[in-house]
Design a protein around this ligand. Structure first.
Ligand code: PGA
Length: 249
């Protein structure tokens, strides 16, 4: 089984100064944790100074997005080799805010996942249903499609470097967490789908993390579930004390 993985997604928040202060505290309190992986995804502007602070701390750095081309005339974009160059180890792919606000489809998610892997970055591929999709009984169909199309042509050797983040869109930033039973039911389904594509052994080694209003008071219940391997934390990761409690759940 994979180590518990606790990831912070700061979204479009935190100045460079705030990010540096946070990262220094994190490195002081949680350097070289043996029993879990901690990842932070600051905004692009803070990646480089935060990378310098986290170097050798055992805490990993993630970017929130990137473009699948290696370089060239793509004004405003950042490539996977650029992220590797400054010490990023992970990258979020297909977050629901990217899908809904910026039109990313499974096709782009797939290009990004494949490009990240080829560049040596570990993609955290986000999937999840909207409230309307859940209420109309389409949760599992939507997820199956996001998995099949998002991970199209990824080799079984690479799947262990992929983390799946199940983030029900209706639970993101709303304070409504999926119940532990709802989350576990979906995580079990995701693992079965991964098993169907990549084989059962690989599915057992794939980290499937939960995101959507994770807080210090609900993390332990979620982490108790057999198919939940970690958490992707938005709002509660912006406050050091609350993120520290989540790490220490
Ligand atoms: P939230 O965000 O914890 O604020 O719900 C999670 C996410 O969007 O990754």
């Amino acid at each position: 089984m994979t180590k518990p993985l606790i990831a912070a997604n700061w979204k479009m928040n935190m100045t460079t100064g705030e990010s540096v202060t946070f990262a220094k505290r994190l490195a002081e309190e949680f350097a070289r944790l043996e029993d879990r992986d901690v990842i932070i995804a600051p905004p692009f502007t803070a990646l480089y100074p935060v990378a310098e602070i986290l170097r050798n701390s055992g805490i990993h750095l993630a970017a929130q997005n990137f473009h699948w081309e290696k370089g060239g005339a793509y004004t405003g974009e950042i490539s996977a080799p650029m992220l590797c160059d400054i010490g990023c180890r992970y990258v979020l792919v297909g977050h629901s805010e990217r899908r809904i606000l910026f039109g990313e489809r499974n096709e782009e998610v797939n290009k990004k996942a494949a490009t990240a892997l080829a560049a040596g970055l570990k993609p955290i591929v986000c999937i999840g249903e909207t409230l309307g999709e859940r209420e109309s009984g389409r949760t599992f169909d939507i997820l199956a499609r996001q998995i099949k199309e998002g991970l199209n042509n990824i080799s079984p050797d690479d799947i262990e470097s992929v983390t799946l983040a199940y983030e029900p869109v209706w639970a993101i930033g709303t304070g409504k967490t999926a119940t532990t039973e709802q989350a576990e039911e979906v995580h079990r389904f995701i693992r079965e789908e991964i098993g169907g594509i990549f084989g059962k052994a690989k599915a057992g080694e794939t980290a499937i993390i939960y995101g959507g209003s994770v807080k210090p008071d609900n993390i332990a219940g979620l982490m108790d579930q057999p198919d939940i391997n970690g958490a992707l934390v938005g709002g509660a990761s912006l406050d050091f004390e609350s993120f520290a409690k989540i790490i220490k759940y």
